[in-house]
Design a protein around this ligand. Sequence first.
Ligand code: G3I
Length: 315
Amino acid sequence: QETLRGAADEQGLRIGAAVANGPLSNESQYRDVLSTEYNGVTAENSMKWESLQPSQGQFNWSDADEIVDFAQSNGQSVHGHTLVWHSQTPNWVQNLQGQDLQDAMENHINTVMGRYAGDVESWDVVNEPIGDDANLRNSFWMQELGEDYIAEAFQIARSADPNAKLYINDYNIDGINAKSDAYYDLVSDLLDQGVPIDGIGFQGHRVLGDVPSSLEDNIRRFAQLGLEVQLTEIDIRIDTPASDSELEQQRDNYEEMVNACVSVNGCVGVTTWGITDRHSWVPDQFDGQGAALPFDENYNKKPAYYGILEALGGE
Ligand code: G3I
């Protein structure tokens, strides 16, 4: 029986997992599955601004370091999440104005990317800058700095760590729709202006039965811009308790998503937003929904696991 990691390695693809510090510290099964089945990790929360720099100039590295150390001990690559976002950013940042906000952004990117240079292979430099209405999100970043904050963040990031791959990342852009069209235009413009952007992440938080049929075509059109694409945060939620047939459908949905990536040169990998249904953001956020990940609450492999494995060419 091959592992996800073994199958992905053979394809030269990343199979990542979002990692939470609690179970990483406390559950040996979590560590075992993470190191056996995944060749990449993303910190689920501990590389966000509120975790790394909760008050101005005071950096707290311990949780992020724990994840980076684990990855290094286990030969895994780290995808950094995330530098510039409107959410999980402390009030002290949101209250800054003009040049002060610009300076804080520059300092945060330089400090964080500088610390992890060589250890973090790729970064979500700007997360979710377009809203559900397909316009640039009217966040405090936009309000204070205007749309140039996006280009500036990427420029700062490139010089902070010239070897890191720099990503823009969002949800509901895995299918071809108004929002992903807006990304296509935005990213094309940025590239035309010489802004150093290397990749786009489609988060991929999905509902059972709702994998966009245009996923593969959408990956392809971004890859044709010369970008790397990753499915950065896959989970597929089900009304709980999930029936056997729903778990089978979930298997097909996972297989279809991973297959879309495998089918396009330039799609470099997929990450599941967690490992086990025991620890997932879904039930906290969506009442009555869950069972979204490839391992169940007791770390048993679900049908979804085999869907991913098959898409990766494993058996
Ligand atoms: O750490 C505190 C803890 O001290 C406190 O007692 C507890 C009580 O609420 O909250 C804990 O913080 C929670 C944190 O997760 C860590 O568990 C926050 O309330 C909770 O809001 C936070 O949720 C995270 C969410 O991002 C916040 O936006 C989820 O774990 C995380 O999975 C989710 O991840 C996002 C990606 O970053 C971006 N894309 C969407 C994705 C899903 O929402």
